[in-house]
Design a protein around this ligand. Structure first.
Ligand SMILES: *Cc1c(COP(=O)(O)O)cnc(C)c1O
Length: 444
C-alpha cells in the first residue's frame, strides 16, 4: 500500500519501490520497522529528535495537554502552552530577541522572517529595501520563498523560474576553496559580501544565513571569526541579520543556539526541528522589540503582519516543546552534547583515514563525511555512482538509518545517544563505507 498510495518527500519513488521501509515503533535511539528489524536512528528522524523516542516526560506532557484541549487558533487569541513556551524561548535566546511568531515548520518560519524583514522597512516608508542576500550552498527549506534564498543547486536550480532573485555571496568553503584554506576562503567571501553591500545596500532588506554551519549544503562549518564579521557588516550597512537556527538550535552544536559560538545578536532568528524534541511540528520566528514596533499601530494604518497558518501555536506541540525544554535543564543536555562530541570526534578519526574519505566535518552532534574518488585531487565519484546513497543502503542493512547529501554521509544522532551508542553507530558507518566501496571496485 505504501508503494501504491504514497508520494514521499525528497524521494524518487522508483528508489523507494525497490525496498520500501515502513517504521512502526521507536524507543530511545532505535527505530523498528513493520518486520521487526531494528535500526539506529542515525539522522534523528531527519535532525529533529533530541531525547530519543518514547521519552516518558514528553509522552506524558502531551497526554496531560489532551485532557485540556488539543488545538485552538492563535489568530487574534492565545493559549496557555504557547504563551509559556514563548517566555521560555525568549529566556533562552540572545538577549535582544523579545517576540515570538509561531508557525509549523522551518520553511514557514523562514517565509515569515522574509516577510517580516521586508515589511519592517516598508512600514517605515522605505519601499526600496526589498532584496535578500544569501550564501551559496545555503538551505532554508522547500517553500518558494525559502528556495528563493536557498542555493543548493541540486535542489533549487529546477525551480529557478518560480523564484524571486536574491543576491548570492560565496560561502567560505575551506575544503573546496582553491587554497584549501579556511582563512583564504573567508577573506574572499567577506570581500564579496562587502562589495555586494557597498553596491546594493539601499535595496537590501536583510541577509539570511544558517547559523555557524550549513546543514543541508553538506555540513560546512564557517571559519572562526567569519560569523562575527558578517554581523558587523550587516550593522555597518543597515541590513537586517536573519539567522536560521532550524537545524542548529536546541543543543545540536554543543550550544543551546549556534549563535553562541560567536556571540551573535540576530535581528530575526528562526527555530524549528529540535524545538519539540522531535515530536510535533512547531516552529517560531523570533525578533527584537524594534522590529515588532515597526508593525505596532492602529489597524487602519495596515501595518499588521498578514501571515498565519491554521495550526500555528498548536497546544499539543507547545506542551511537548515545554517538556522538551524542561528536560534540557534537568538532564543538562547541552553540556553532555559537548562532552560526547569529543568522544564522537575520536571515533571519527579512523573513518577520516579511509582512502575515500575526503573530508570529515563536525560541529557538536552534526557530522558530514564527504566521500571522494581521489583523496589527493579531491575528485568526486561520478554522479551516477550515487556513492553516499549506496553507502546509506549498506548502513540500513547493517542496522542504521541516515540520508546523505550529495556525496556527503550525514551522521546526526539523537542528542541523548550515549558514548557507547555513538561508538556503535560510527562503527556501522565505518564498516558500511568499506563494504560499499569494496563491492563497487569488485564489480567494476
Ligand atoms: C530543515 C531546515 C529548514 C526547513 O525546515 P522544515 O521544518 O523542514 O521546513 C530550514 N532551514 C534549515 C537550516 C534546515 O536545516
Amino acid at each position: 500500500m505504501s508503494k501504491e498510495y504514497l508520494w514521499l518527500p525528497f524521494t524518487q519513488m522508483k528508489d523507494y519501490e525497490q525496498d520500501p521501509l515502513i517504521i512502526k515503533e521507536g524507543e530511545g535511539v532505535k527505530l523498528t520497522d513493520i518486520y521487526g528489524k531494528e535500526y539506529y536512528d542515525g539522522y534523528s528522524s531527519l535532525w529533529v529528535n533530541v531525547h530519543g523516542h518514547k521519552k516518558q516526560e514528553i509522552d506524558q506532557a502531551i497526554k496531560d495537554q489532551l485532557d485540556s484541549i488539543a488545538h485552538s487558533t492563535l489568530l487574534g487569541a492565545s493559549n496557555v502552552p504557547a504563551t509559556l513556551l514563548a517566555e521560555k524561548l525568549i529566556a533562552l535566546s540572545p538577549t535582544n530577541l523579545k517576540r515570538v511568531f509561531y508557525s509549523d515548520s522551518g520553511a514557514e518560519a523562514i517565509e515569515i522572517a522574509l516577510k517580516m524583514a521586508f515589511q519592517y522597512w516598508y512600514n517605515q516608508g522605505n519601499g526600496k529595501k526589498t532584496k535578500f542576500v544569501t550564501f551559496t550552498n545555503g538551505y532554508h527549506g522547500d517553500t518558494v520563498g525559502a528556495i528563493s534564498v536557498g542555493a543548493v543547486d541540486l535542489f533549487h536550480k529546477i525551480y529557478n523560474p518560480l523564484m524571486f532573485n536574491s543576491l548570492k555571496v560565496p560561502f567560505p568553503d575551506a575544503y573546496r576553496h582553491p587554497s584549501g584554506n579556511g582563512g583564504e576562503a573567508m577573506k574572499d567571501s567577506l570581500q564579496a559580501l562587502r562589495d555586494t553591500f557597498e553596491n546594493h545596500h539601499k535595496e537590501i532588506a536583510g541577509l539570511i544565513m544558517e547559523s555557524k554551519i550549513q546543514g543541508a549544503g553538506g555540513m560546512k562549518i564557517m571559519p572562526e571569526g567569519f560569523y562575527k564579521e558578517v554581523e558587523r557588516l550587516c550593522r555597518e550597512y543597515n541590513v537586517l541579520l536573519i539567522v536560521d537556527e532550524v537545524a542548529t538550535g536546541f543543543g545540536r552544536t554543543g550550544k543551546m543556539f549556534a549563535v553562541e559560538h560567536e556571540n551573535i545578536k540576530p535581528d530575526i532568528m528562526t527555530v524549528a526541528k529540535g524545538i519539540t524534541g522531535g515530536y510535533l511540528p512547531i516552529a517560531a520566528t523570533l525578533t527584537t522589540e524594534k522590529v515588532h514596533q515597526a508593525f505596532y499601530d492602529d489597524y487602519t494604518k495596515l501595518k499588521t503582519l498578514f501571515h498565519g497558518h491554521s495550526y500555528t501555536g498548536n497546544q499539543l506541540g507547545c506542551a511537548a516543546a515545554l517538556a522538551n525544554l524542561e528536560l534540557f535543564e534537568k538532564e543538562n543536555i547541552v553540556d553532555s552534547v559537548r562532552k560526547k562530541a569529543e568522544v564522537l570526534s575520536e571515533t571519527l578519526q579512523p573513518i577520516e583515514q579511509l582512502p575515500h574519505t575526503g573530508d570529515v566535518r563536525q560541529l557538536g552532534f552534526m557530522v558530514g563525511i564527504e566521500l571522494v574518488k581521489d583523496k589527493q585531487t579531491k575528485e568526486s565519484f561520478p554522479f551516477e555512482d550515487r556513492i553516499a546513497y549506496q553507502t546509506t543502503l549498506t548502513m540500513r542493512k547493517n542496522g542504521m538509518l541516515s540520508r546523505p547529501l550529495g556525496d556527503t554521509l550525514i551522521f546526526m544522532p539523537p542528542l541523548c545517544a550515549s558514548e557507547q551508542e555513538v561508538k556503535e553507530m560510527t562503527a556501522i558507518i565505518h564498516q558500511s563505507i568499506e563494504e560499499t566501496i569494496f563491492n563497487k571496485s569488485e564489480m567494476s
